[in-house]
Design a protein around this ligand. Structure first.
Ligand code: SAH
Ligand code: SF4
Length: 369
């Protein structure tokens, strides 16, 4: 008796299309890719994303040393461990000298760029301190160190001031492209449309712009994540920084820890990176620390799924414990040297190289510029 040909595997046909004809993918098809769980199909998905990464941005990892310079925040996002109403956190702000020391260390070690991140403030004292810090970093590193800001929503005037003072990239996650989902995770005075508008203001001010979302939020569907990917594509971004949502005990979403499945959350985060690489091709994509919070090798897995940027923590060890956006943040007792040594070993183990001495702008940005 003649055997019937095997039914073509829908996932494999889609993975092949994503690799060779990504513009044809629909929202439903993106969601189907994000739903893959069959182990062999998953391997094929990650391998296709890795081939696209190698061809479009290469297999050199670029470091952005991140300084979490203050946990003072005027906002109250329901998921975040340093939200305004969390009384259990000891608040701190590093001095300009301490931040510049971290910048000098990063520059001396061949890091092409650094990230300045903090809780959100927009008072004049804060805006002016950031200007002073940017100028001091510029002077201390001969203008060679690229500077990314991740300081939340700011007015167009503030964004221009910081750009004039030497910042050239800005990371502002939209958190979710679905305004209703965003509203469900924030107090009423937090405004999705204002955050969305800020992304336009960043571009107008001359920054390389990055955004991202939290993956695996309560109430988020795979269609929401597919919409997030289309949102990134439509904005023609330079950089993507997204990571799994992880509950923090001292927040309104802390109760979700009881049902939290770290492995499933990691897998979903990796699939999102892989599908983002297949769809967006030549942008920079970060393998974020939240992946490492879910598994010791989480960041390497992110690189193997298509990410090409890592943000080693270069914050003074004494402040790290007070900057926990989510529970289980890794490397709380390490210092910058230890984090670099550890990452060098981990990256060598997967056969990639580190792009020391280079800023590592995304090919997408270079083409547009
Ligand atoms: N205050 C700035 C920058 C610091 S917060 C801002 O909000 O833009 C940086 C990112 O941390 C946020 O954009 C959010 O996506 C992420 N984050 C906060 N709490 C988190 C959690 N519980 N799990 C995972 N990511 C979280
Ligand atoms: Fe503040 Fe950012 Fe945390 Fe929201 S996510 S509470 S703005 S630090």
């Amino acid at each position: 008796m003649a055997t019937l040909p095997e039914e073509p595997d829908v996932s494999r046909i889609l993975i092949d299309r994503a690799e060779h004809d990504p513009t044809s993918l629909t929202r439903d098809e993106l969601a189907t890719l994000l739903a893959i769980t069959d182990p062999l199909d998953l391997r094929l998905l990650h391998a296709a994303a890795y081939r696209v990464k190698a061809a479009e941005v290469g297999t050199t990892v670029y470091f952005r040393g991140i300084v979490e310079f203050s946990n003072l925040c005027v906002k109250n996002c329901d998921y975040c461990g340093i939200r305004r109403d969390n009384q259990a956190v000891e608040r701190y702000a590093m001095s300009v000298e301490e931040i510049v020391a971290a910048a000098r260390w990063a520059h001396a070690g061949g890091y092409g760029s650094m990230v300045l991140q903090s809780g959100e403030r927009s008072d004049e004292a804060f805006v002016a301190i950031v200007v002073e810090t940017l100028r001091a970093i510029h002077d201390a590193t001969g203008g060679e160190l690229g500077i990314t800001l991740s300081l939340g929503e700011q007015s167009p005037a503030t964004l221009r001031r910081w750009h004039d003072a030497g910042a050239h990239r800005y990371l502002l996650r939209i958190e979710s492209s679905n305004p209703a989902l965003y509203a469900s995770l924030h107090p009423e005075d937090h405004d999705w449309a204002a955050r969305r508008a800020c992304l336009d203001h960043l571009r107008a001010a001359g920054y390389q712009v990055g955004t991202g979302v939290m993956i695996g939020l309560p109430g988020q569907s795979l269609f929401d994540l597919a919409d997030d990917l289309l949102f990134f594509r439509d904005l023609d971004l330079d950089m993507i920084g997204m990571g799994p949502f992880i509950p923090h005990a001292d927040t309104p979403l802390g109760h979700l820890a009881a049902s939290f499945d770290a492995e499933a959350q990691l897998e979903l985060g990796l699939r999102m990176i892989a599908v983002a690489r297949l769809l967006l091709r030549d942008v920079n994509i970060a393998s974020t620390t939240a992946l490492q919070a879910l598994a010791p090798t989480g960041r390497e897995l992110g690189l193997l799924a298509g990410a090409n940027i890592i943000m080693p923590n270069i914050t003074d060890t004494k402040y790290r414990r007070a900057y926990q956006l989510y529970d289980g943040k890794p490397c709380l007792d390490e210092n910058g040297d230890q984090c670099r040594d550890c990452l060098e070993r981990r990256i060598a183990a997967i056969g990639e190289t580190i792009g020391y001495g280079a800023r590592g702008d995304s090919p997408r940005f270079r083409k547009r510029a």
